[in-house]
Design a protein around this ligand. Sequence first.
Ligand code: SF4
Ligand code: SF4
Length: 301
Amino acid sequence: MSDRGLIFNIQRFSLHDGPGIRTVVFFKGCPLHCQWCQNPEGIGVNRNLFRYRDRCIGCMACQDACSGGAISITDSGPLIDRAKCRLCLECVTVCPAGALEAAGREVSVSELAEEVLKDRIIFEESGGGVTISGGEPLLQPAFLVALLKTLKEQGIHTAIETSGCAPCQALEEAVLWADLILYDLKLVDAGKSSYYTGGTNALILGNLKALVGKGRRIRVRMPLIPTINDDRDSLQQAAFFLREIGIDELELIPYHNLGTAKYTGLDLEYKLPNLRELSPGQIAAVKSTLNEYGITVKSEV
Ligand code: SF4
Ligand code: SF4
């Protein structure tokens, strides 16, 4: 069992990722590449290097520190040759302006548990706990199970947020140690799913059906992405699939674009630059369509 894993964020005081007030731990690595993803630093299994041009003061310390010659300073800030960069993060250490930042931190289970348990009193008073998200937490299954067991031993309520895109056996083992599974359902249409998320959804749908069949505590959540899965056909397919496996409610997670600047920082292309957030009226229309097909929208995240 792995005692160490890679995380890229810890977010405290979350009200949307399970009951009560929660601390959310974001595991690094995801088998999907959803085009609308607002946490691109969570996708890769290794650490990432962000660059923020507007913070650079041109001191050249990073260029001098980089033994691989991967970084050069231009009039518009640091330029990174990603093919040469070995992610040693020496440049991050020497940058005095915060213009270079690392995403990804290796931690042990005990270190992580100690960190999240600082909020134990808040969990106890609010009925909250710890939610493990990502990325896809099941991409580090041994680390995930070890963390869940440790938190369980401490009497902490635990939840996993998963895309369901994980080997069935790993998912089965992890859910044994979690009090709640937050399961993302994005698209039921196989072709659209493959195009927009970079992965087949047969595994995702099959895993959800299997977990429900075994009576696991599941809360389905649908990221609601304008023009991609908010149309009547997509909603109808999702509703029919859920009804067929015995689920009649879900949570909606309407799209936001607060993380698109991260793509620039990582020198990645954001493929959906024209996507706009849904208006309250559009979200209400989606709720009403789902209702028409027998699905109640419990809440909106
Ligand atoms: S992470 Fe290391 S190799 Fe990459 S640019 Fe910085 S100093 Fe160079
Ligand atoms: S060390 Fe930081 S502030 Fe200095 S040149 Fe490099 S990126 Fe800019």
